[in-house]
Write a protein that binds this ligand. Sequence first.
Ligand code: CTP
Length: 399
Amino acid sequence: MSRVALFVTGGIAAYKACEVMRDLQKAGHEVRVAMTQDATRFVGEPTFEALTHHPVLTDLYGQPDDPIPHISLSEWADVALVCPATANVMAKMAAGIADDAVSSTLLACDCPVLAAPAMNVRMWRNPATQANVATLQARGIGFVMPGSGLLACGDVGEGKLATVEEIVGATLGALARPGHARDLEGRVVLVNAGPTREAIDPVRFIANASTGKMGYAIAAEAVARGAQVRLVSGPVSLDAPGGVELVPVVSAAQMLDACLVAFEGADAAICTAAVADYTPRQAFDHKMKKSVERLDVIELVETADILAALSERKGRRVVVGFAAETNDLISYAQAKLERKGCDLIVANDVSRSDSTFGADTSRIAFVDAGGVEQLDTLPLPQVAERIVDRLVALLGERA
Ligand code: CTP
């Protein structure tokens, strides 16, 4: 049984927090609740007290049994979930403000923290809110992003609290699975993921079919097993897993720079990204007009190889690469292991529909100096688990 601290802040979506709480309890977890004063105007404390069999924390003072309740709750929690998260609480979290029971406890939490925002579309889109979300994401706060639809205020647009299923799923994902080893505790792992975009002009680019699913699944698995994860990601339409430090990038050159920085002080790197092999020699600074200028030829230059660059710097650290191939999988993977100087290549045959870009399953083979291990087709979370098992073994060999 894991322990979830649920922080309810003042928005109309606060009533949904009751359902989220019930589903977390049904999944076998203990939940304790802290609420802002505004939240208590939407849902009464007795509702949560009756459901959790525990007092709700709304005030830092006047609790004789627990003189420092924000510290006790932050130490108790295995995961913190802010649901719904108002623009105000996210602004406080971004600024490090601790002026009530909720913000003080959140500032003291060193467990994974997830936020499920809900608010009016204009409040959500406000650059201040978006900047706060980006700041929090960069610090490893996980987001269950709001959906679009009819909002309580009557407006239509983004800002609707994610579904109960999405929020509960993300929370369970952020919790270490019961009984599973936290065998990456104290380790720092760099994961790169997704495609890169190489600009032709301000509106056109060269990219590829990578969705980032494999890298994000590995990042989630490594966090669940206790690692501090730095996820350097090209443009994808996935939410970063809770607890992961997200570094968004666009081009291969940006990904290289971000990976070199993130690899400093890291114990391992897993390079799942489908980095563009070529980039236009020059990007036009204006949108090309076909009516006035021809674009028959784009001159390309090769990009730097990030995997090779990290392998060159790794010393006794562990670097894992990927090889997506449509033919001669194993021999190409063996050649890549040699050429790039990494410790392990995860090879997958992207000509198969159960292993291609965007699929929710993959059929991989591990290729290293010791030989080849072919796995069956598995769902991505299980593939991620097997890859992290291999990483743990490699780190153990270096100890
Ligand atoms: N990779 C990288 N930087 C690049 C190209 C590839 O870091 N510029 C990494 C990928 O993240 C992956 C591995 O190299 O881990 C293999 O990528 P892949 O595209 O299959 O290999 P290439 O080096 O592009 O070789 P080829 O085109 O011959 O398949």
